[in-house]
Design a protein around this ligand. Structure first.
Ligand SMILES: [Zn+2]
Length: 329
């Protein structure tokens, strides 16, 4: 009976909405993808979220009785307890009580979680962090974020915003960040940072990009920089190594704070290049308290690009539904 439980997981991203029916084993049984198209306005995106859930429930061969609820992973500032998106620039949302809207329409419990935390839950329950009581998931994509599992519990903070790893400062005198701090990790190690850095340097030094062909007047994307580094382009290797080393400085702080058994790395930029992870490991080896560094495993994510939706569904399998409390696997 318990083996046949399901939850709907939905990943609400700036470009697409991915919803899927997730079995208690972590398998996604079916999925629906819709474009977010936030330029159509708040109501249109809400309607597409509801339509995606409806699509998943409609085509599910699972008995509706066996669906525990809906988990939503969202970027931006959220209030996980109120299941409300407070602010998400990439969605054009302000104060959207998405949890309540889902509960009203489908008569199923709904939970909201920050997207990095959702991926952390997925890796913890079914991926590279499985079995660990202390695990940190780090995502490196457009920005840098983290989800922290400490002593078997997801650390969400007062309203679900904990884990803003990208805004740890690694240079007190560094450039000003949009968050108000200076020298934030995200300014050195995110996809956005890589792109800005390369564009700036090529323009300043009036050099040509050597990492592959580009459209006239274009600059390389983070993915292209990662691929060029893998192909041996020296300039790209240096850029990626520097980003990886900076990421390792931040990771060292996480290791010192939380004493994890494993740190799992995911996200589009991380996936684009092995060099990044290699440099993170080197940096952590050089800078961490040795007794802690020796014990920690640094690994690549396993669940894949559906981790946000799968992890959001995973929350629904948590015992007694107490916020942030995860089942003891
Ligand atoms: Zn910042």
């Amino acid at each position: 009976m318990e083996q046949d439980e399901y939850a709907v997981g939905l990943d609400l991203g700036g470009t697409k909405i991915l919803a899927g029916l997730v079995h208690k084993s972590g398998q996604m049984i079916n999925s629906t993808v819709l474009p977010t198209s936030s330029q159509d306005g708040e109501r249109a995106v809400i309607d597409r979220v509801l339509a995606a859930i409806e699509g998943v429930l409609g085509t599910a061969n699972a008995d509706r009785q066996k669906v525990r609820g809906v988990g939503v992973a969202s970027a931006g500032v959220i209030d996980s307890k109120a299941a409300e998106v407070i602010f998400a620039g990439n969605l054009g949302w302000e104060h959207v009580p998405i949890g309540k809207l889902i509960e009203d329409k489908f008569a199923l419990p709904a939970q909201l979680i920050n997207d990095a935390n959702a991926a952390a839950v997925a890796e913890w329950m079914w991926g590279a962090g499985r079995g660990a009581q202390n695990m940190i998931y780090v995502t490196v994509s457009t920005g840098v974020g983290a989800g922290i599992i400490s002593d078997g519990q997801l650390v969400q903070g007062k309203d679900g915003s904990a884990g803003e790893f990208g805004h740890i400062s690694i240079d007190w005198n560094g450039p000003l960040c949009s968050c108000g701090n200076r020298g934030c990790l995200e300014l050195y190690a995110s996809g956005t940072a890589l792109e800005h850095l390369v564009k700036h340097q090529l323009e300043q030094e009036q050099r040509e990009w050597t990492g592959g062909s580009l459209a006239a007047g274009a600059f390389p994307t983070a993915k292209e920089i990662g691929e060029a580094a893998l192909a041996g382009d020296r300039y790209s290797v240096e850029i990626i190594e520097r980003a990886g080393y900076c990421l390792g400085i931040g990771t060292t702080s996480l290791i010192h704070l939380f004493n994890p058994e494993v740190v799992v790395f995911g996200g589009g930029v991380m996936n684009a290049s092995d060099i990044l992870l290699r440099e993170v490991k080197r940096s952590v080896r050089e800078r961490s308290i040795q007794s802690m560094a020796r014990q920690v495993r640094i690994e690549r994510q396993q669940v894949g690009i559906q981790a946000g939706a799968i992890g959001a569904a995973g929350l629904l399998f948590a015992a007694k539904q107490s916020a942030g409390k995860l089942p003891a696997y």
